[in-house]
Design a protein around this ligand. Structure first.
Ligand code: NDP
Length: 320
């Protein structure tokens, strides 16, 4: 079968398309024929060596597809079942393995392509909105990269609850898209902290969601009101260097958290709750999962170039 291999730490050119044997499911595992494979920023962190990875390796945590074989001890899934996950390994391939405990069943009403676009960014948006922080109706939330995968989903979840969302995005087209997703205001990055203060009658936002990292971190702290919370959840522009905690004192008794999605799916119940609410929001027409770009599996390199080059909106998929 076809799979992508990251040969060594480096740029997108280190991703090569190659033929590999179909893996066999071990105890408790499913073998899944991929219909849609999610491309995520974490894949770029692993490829470039920012996060540790066992080179050479096949990237990919997120995909949806149809079960083609089950390992010993699997009772709750059978060949032919439609599943999706954000916790696979080596998902940039025509078939991939995943622990049966780490998948969700895809409702009949949801297309597999959509199901492949949802798990990582959707679960992230869900835990950011409900668990890392929990902004209330009428409160202000700043969301960076508002037209991105997480940004569009998070904006919709917050706005549906009555949170007043202000986003940043780098182009007029992206800002229009972000407003259409429910942002009350979408602004450029230049001077965003001052702009947020103006838009909140001088007070600042209750919560800032920052997945851009290095370039926006300081401004995000400046954009908060007294006792505001910064949720730093990524580093699309680079990782944030160490911080002097006195900055939280002078900024107004601020809080910072640096969450990661696996810590918000600690039990089967927690994972099921998040998927249930996301699939329900789609069924109710409250959540639009935008697939901004599809690349053939063999063109994973181009997909990484587009994601890192800020050329994408919504979800980026690989199609086997
Ligand atoms: P996006 O679709 O949001 O793409 C990243 C966006 O970041 C770009 O489109 C761009 O939007 C913005 N950006 C700003 N500066 C840069 C830069 N220097 N280089 C590249 N992009 C930049 O990606 P995702 O939705 O997949 O992920 C968003 C963030 O969330 C990432 O940091 C990712 O690591 C993080 N994440 C964290 C998780 C967690 O659990 N902690 C889980 C999932 C994702 P614009 O052009 O508008 O600036």
């Amino acid at each position: 079968m076809r799979a992508i291999v990251a040969t060594q730490p480096g740029g997108p050119e280190t991703l090569v398309s190659t033929e590999v044997p179909v893996p066999a499911p071990g105890p408790g595992q499913l073998l899944v024929q991929a219909a849609a494979i999610g491309v995520n920023f974490i894949d770029t962190y692993q490829r470039s060596g920012v996060y540790p990875a066992p080179f050479p390796f096949t990237p990919g945590l997120e995909a949806a597809g149809t079960v083609t074989a089950v390992g010993d001890g699997v009772t709750e899934f059978a060949v032919g079942d439609r599943v999706t996950t954000s916790q696979a390994t080596a998902a940039y391939a025509e078939q991939f393995l995943v622990d049966a405990a780490l998948v969700a069943r895809v409702p009949e009403s949801v297309e597999l392509a959509l199901a492949g676009a949802l798990p990582l960014q959707g679960v992230t948006a869900h835990y950011l909105a409900n668990s890392s922080a929990n902004p209330q109706p009428g409160e202000f939330a700043l969301v960076h990269a508002g037209a991105g995968g997480v940004g569009l989903l998070l904006t919709q979840l917050l706005a549906a609850r009555g949170v007043r969302v202000i986003t940043t995005a780098s182009s007029q087209e992206k800002r229009d898209l972000s407003r259409a997703a429910g942002a009350e205001h979408s602004i450029d990055y230049a001077g965003f902290a001052e702009a947020v203060r103006e838009l909140t009658a001088g007070e600042g936002a209750h919560v800032a969601y920052d997945g851009v990292g290095k370039d926006t971190f300081d401004g995000s702290l400046d954009a908060l009101r007294i006792r505001g919370e910064l949720v730093l959840f990524g580093g699309a522009s680079g990782q944030v260097p160490p911080v002097d905690l006195q900055r939280l004192n002078s900024g107004g008794s601020l809080s910072i958290t640096r969450p990661t999605s696996t810590h918000f799916m600690r039990t089967a119940e927690e994972r099921a709750w998040r998927y249930r609410e996301l699939f329900q929001a789609i069924a109710d027409g409250q959540l639009d999962v935008r697939i901004g770009a599809r690349f053939p599996l063999a063109e994973a390199r181009a997909a990484h170039e587009a994601l890192e080059g800020r050329a994408t909106t919504g979800k980026v998929l690989l199609v086997p």
